[in-house]
Design a protein around this ligand. Structure first.
Ligand code: PDD
Length: 286
């Protein structure tokens, strides 16, 4: 089936979708993005993703290319045209096209917008969750504003590749004080031996994940204790369980850290319950 991409106002065949060579996203990573889950044909937590998009755009002073209602229509329409029932939509907005110069282009330069959608293999995702994933740790060498969801992801790319080459699926990034910040493309969690969920507070050191926000609400509703505080690798090694959260992974159990098993070395009951019941707490877009 042919894929379709939305590029600057037009739906075009994915293979022919192009942006200009002087798009500032391409030249300076001067842009922001969102990834939203599609489940049973519905967008999940779109409102929260678009709220965060607004915050990212405002932080970088990039004007929104269209109204919220129009953006919602494009996201849904891109998922629909690609016949994605279960998968992801990807949205990227850049500061637009201008002759290469670090300073902002003239006011009125239209921002660039691209939306794509793709299906994910539900069975493969379920299998990954049933097995759990392996994680390695690496120094966090990103800039200070990782709370902005920019397309400047080179440290994340290198960390993810290092994880892959080490036989792992994610890298947990560690700050100068020895505390885990987050994963290369996910938020990091542990469950202590006493059963308390621990995840880093969403200040500037991490991206405030939408999945993280929903899991916090879920944990409260399920009566699970939660501490929003930074944790060390040592605490993670001694934890009963660990997991990551992201729109692409939902709640994904972590069974190994730097080659050593976490807990029983198998997906833990808390992570499994949070995964199973996640969509009871997420917002399903009509
Ligand atoms: N990444 N932290 C980082 C660095 C991320 O890149 C992501 C998501 C998250 C989790 O955010 P959310 O729960 O809103 O998906 C945390 C997306 C999925 C990606 O880059 O593919």
């Amino acid at each position: 089936m042919s894929r379709i991409a939305y590029v600057n106002g037009r739906y075009v065949p994915h293979g022919a979708a192009q942006v200009h060579v002087e798009d500032r996203g391409y030249q300076f990573a001067d842009g922001v993005y969102e990834v939203c889950e599609v489940r049973n044909g519905h967008l999940i937590d779109m409102r929260l993703h678009l709220d965060r998009l607004d915050r990212s755009l405002a932080a970088l002073r990039i004007p929104s290319p269209m109204s919220r209602a129009a953006l919602e229509r494009v996201l849904k329409e891109t998922a629909r045209r690609n016949r994605v029932r279960n998968g992801l939509v990807y949205l990227q907005i850049t500061r637009g096209v201008a002759p290469r110069d670090q300073v902002f282009p003239p006011a009125g330069t239209p921002p660039g917008i691209v939306v794509t959608a793709r299906a994910l293999n539900s069975a493969a995702r379920q299998k990954a969750a049933a097995e759990g994933i392996r994680v390695i740790s690496l120094p966090d060498n990103r800039w200070e504003r990782v709370d902005i969801k920019t397309v400047g992801l080179l440290p994340n790319v290198l960390a993810k590749q290092a994880a892959r080459e080490a036989g792992a699926q994610e890298a947990w990034l560690v700050d100068a004080n020895g505390f885990v910040t987050e994963g290369a493309s996910s938020n990091a969690w542990i469950v202590t031996l006493a059963g308390t969920l621990v995840t880093r507070p969403a200040e500037h050191g991490i991206l405030r994940g939408i999945t993280r926000t929903v899991v916090m609400e879920e944990a409260a509703a399920l009566g699970l204790a939660l501490e929003e505080r930074a944790f060390t690798l040592r605490e993670a090694h001694e934890a009963a369980e660990a997991f990551i959260t992201a729109a692409t992974a939902l709640v994904m159990p972590v069974v190994q850290l730097d080659g050593r098993p976490i807990g029983q070395g198998a997906p833990g009951p808390v992570a499994c319950q949070l995964r199973q019941q996640f969509h009871d707490f997420a917002e399903i877009c009509p």
